[in-house]
Design a protein around this ligand. Sequence first.
Ligand code: SF4
Length: 111
Amino acid sequence: MKKIAILNCLKANDVCTAAACIKAFNLRKAHFEEYDGMDAELVAVARCNGCDAGIDKGFREKLERIVSEGADVCHFGVCTVKKETGEECPVITEAGKYLEEHGVRLVRGTH
Ligand code: SF4
């Protein structure tokens, strides 16, 4: 069983239900295509705690939870890339380093 987590930007929270991410996962579309025909489950859909918080205690707890849930892969939503520059948010990059250090593979993209 492949265990999958999704990490998104808090700024998307106003309008985001994660429905498009979850749908793409369920249908094994877009960046979830690699799991087609595979036994895979979503174990977490998390957001950061905002730009001011950075990797605060709470966000660290979320990352630890993703690891303790046994996630094999964590997908970063497109919202984690800054529209103005096209670059990944440095807080998310830092979060990704933590996840990779704990054996979680990263995929940039969801739907
Ligand atoms: S820290 Fe990054 S991912 Fe989180 S709200 Fe700010 S821009 Fe979005």
